[in-house]
Ligand binder design. Sequence first.
Ligand code: PDD
Length: 286
Amino acid sequence: MEQIAYVNGEYVPLSEAKVSVLDRGFLFADGIYEVAAVLDGKLIDNESHLARLERSVGEIKLRLPESLARIQEIQKELVKRNNVENGLVYLEVTRGADTGRDFAFPKNDVKPTLIMFTSVKDIVNAASAKSGINVITVPDIRWSRRDIKSVALLAQVLAKQAAAEAGAGEAWMIEDGKVTEGGSSSCFILTQDDVIVTRQNGSEILPGCTRKAVVKLAEERQLRVEERAFSVDEALAAKEAFITSASLFVQAVVSIDGKKVADGKPGPMTNRLREIYVDFARATAV
Ligand code: PDD
């Protein structure tokens, strides 16, 4: 059966889910998105995703067309209609379709566009969770408000395409000699003296929801966490490296630009944090 999508108040077959060519998301990337995981038919860490959605839209002075509570209801309804057991819910809100192409915000009361769709993905049993992933590095060429989850993703498209062409699963973006983040993930290392290091939040990176949960879960277990920038050399000298995101949870990074991280296999801390995260995800799913 064809997937159902949500478009501005209606549930429609995905092939019929359309927005205007004048939509500002399409013309200017004037929009915000979120991706939440689904496990056993339930939304994972969704409160965190909705809180970040509210913050992102606020930062670009875009008003949500529905309340956060209503948005969650729609997410759940779509998961139900599409029988998603394990996968993702994508949602996007844009500043809507005006009557022409004006850069400044619409003067009239143009209604923001809200769309959602789902996809199926077995995140817990993904092959790359066992094998780990190879990453390449690319210069971080993005704008300076990366804390906003904007749909302007061209730099990440190019970064992840370069990774794909190199047979890698992710690209780590580098600025001033330090790793900012992955094309669609947050980056971590475990130092030789067992400190979990991840870059501090700020306008240089997206505040990852999975990153936030993993840091909290680690600290609750008295694991040492340091929030600071690190270099690729430091990652290559580390015991372990890993990435986090809603679409892969916690996954080991086993090589960077063709050089092995430690013995080139997922390490015990990464595996432990992955288990801890999956337990947390199941326990707090809605
Ligand atoms: N991306 N950094 C960037 C640039 C991201 O795009 C993402 C997520 C993350 C991780 O954030 P979270 O843990 O909240 O998923 C970090 C999503 C999954 C995507 O674009 O598909």
